[in-house]
Design a protein around this ligand. Structure first.
Ligand code: SF4
Ligand code: SF4
Length: 445
């Protein structure tokens, strides 16, 4: 689950959890077309007197509880929104002050902050650098691609402001990762996006996020949707922008997602291994070595990233902030009771328990695990509900990288635990006297 029972710390069992706190809720200074969170302002009934800002008393309660609920050498706070920098620098100074007040001896406290970058200035970056914040900066690629959807309230693109933030982050040596949304446009320009992030932004870590939004996502919680009318894999209604499409026009299609990852992987594998950090590729290497995937979307369990709204309401996951998935409130329940509670346990294990037969028999289940359940709204070709919208793209990608990852791991003297070119398969082939000719990826020929 989201709490890891690990080795002992301070003479007691280690306990760790992770919550994405949204002290400003869904409030944002810009208006990105595909933002999945802006609509929460209506869904969570902010208009009926619920404060869109977490008051400092409640903030202190949260910080105290979050620290008390954990027993681990490092406690990581994550701040998201909306746009959390709208709270102002003094709010974040208070956060650091509260953290110091409750910081146990021998424990490191770290922070990460997800931002669109448009409000960052020298003062902000001095603060972020001084307190070792890790920044997740949203940037979708070169100007035309970024400005297509990442616009302000007047409909103007935010590219220049975000690039100014990139400069400031580098200037003040603030650690950051780039978060790039893969939508119907960026997915068609994979290498342009990758080369821009690598050469212009000099992104220390690239994270790519597939944009998948059903037309009903604003008010219908995942897994509460009607299954009868769900399109089967390959159905035309799954093409974004198409007539009768069930997804928003700006979404990435399953095939485009696979092609996007493959194009970038091939360039990375030929030129940039060890120099450029692409989260999906590094995580896949771990999986092929036999380790658990560090990304929740591709691991076997959910529940590792709870979400908290400004009023203290806690939800099972950042992508499940719907009334059906509320598990409590920090004023009425203890955080670790919520995080360990039956509802969260059920949510976590449902990811594997609800896999379709197609996933259970898939060659790449070990790498994919049916991906994020919020995207499991299509049916298999045989009609079974609960297949992932991105399935065809993921399968194509994993099949493509299988041989290359085995080669990279062997070249770096690591075990190859999974895939069609794994050590076990190689041994079997040798036993059967079948030559193993193809452990070299095409990109290395
Ligand atoms: S629902 Fe999706 S985002 Fe949430 S924990 Fe599960 S895989 Fe991760
Ligand atoms: S690639 Fe498709 S079939 Fe295979 S595990 Fe992923 S979602 Fe399931």
């Amino acid at each position: 689950m989201h709490i890891t029972q690990g080795p002992q710390f301070n003479g007691k069992a280690s306990k760790r959890m992770h919550i994405m706190a949204k002290p400003i809720g869904a409030v944002c200074n810009i208006d990105c077309t595909y933002c999945y969170y802006l609509s929460k302002q209506d869904l969570l009934e902010y208009k009926k007197g619920c404060s869109p800002k977490m008051e400092k008393e409640r903030l202190e309660t949260y910080i105290r509880q979050y620290i008390e609920a954990q027993n681990t050498p490092e406690i990581i706070f994550s701040w998201q929104g909306g746009e959390p920098t709208m709270l102002g620098l003094d709010y974040f100074e208070k956060i650091v002050e509260f953290q110091k007040k409750y910081q146990p001896e021998g424990v490191t406290i770290s922070n990460d902050l997800q931002t669109n970058g448009t409000l960052l200035n020298d003062k902000w970056c001095e603060f972020l650098g001084k307190h070792n914040f890790l920044i997740g900066l949203s940037i979708d690629g070169p100007e035309m691609l970024h400005n297509a959807y990442r616009t302000n309230r007047a409909g103007k693109g935010t590219f220049n402001q975000v690039m100014a933030a990139v400069e400031l982050l580098h200037k003040h040596k603030v650690s950051f990762a780039t978060l790039t949304c893969v939508n119907n446009l960026t997915s068609q320009n994979a290498l342009e996006v990758y080369r821009f992030l690598r050469d212009e932004v000099k992104s220390p870590q690239m994270q790519f996020i597939p944009i998948v939004e059903q037309k009903t996502f604003r008010d219908t919680a995942p897994q509460t949707w009607a299954e009868d009318d769900q399109p089967k894999q390959g159905d035309k209604r799954l093409i974004p922008g198409g007539k009768d499409s069930v997804v928003e026009a700006w979404c990435v299609s399953d095939q485009a997602w696979g092609n996007f990852l493959i194009a970038i992987f091939d360039e990375w594998a030929q030129k940039d291994i060890g120099k450029v950090f692409v989260q999906y590729f590094e995580a896949s290497l771990e999986t092929w070595m036999g380790r658990r995937n560090p990304l929740c979307t591709l691991s076997d369990l959910c529940g590792k990233g709870l979400a908290m709204e400004p009023n203290g309401d806690v939800f099972t996951c950042d992508h499940y902030v719907y009334p059906e998935y509320k598990i409590g409130n920090i004023h009425h329940q203890k955080l670790d009771d919520m995080a360990y509670g039956p509802k969260q346990q059920q949510f976590g294990y449902a990811k594997t328990r609800s896999l379709t037969t197609q996933c259970q028999t898939c060659d790449y289940q070990f790498a994919c695990h049916g991906e994020c359940p919020k995207n499991r709204f299509i049916r298999t070709k045989s009609g079974e509900p609960g297949l992932n919208y991105l399935c065809a793209g993921w399968h194509k990608f994993f099949k493509h990288i299988d041989k290359s990852l085995a080669y990279i791991l062997r070249a770096t003297k690591h075990p190859v635990a999974h895939g069609k070119f794994s050590d076990a398969v190689l041994r079997d082939r040798m036993k059967q006297g079948i030559a193993y000719k193809t452990n070299q990826p095409q990109s290395y020929r």
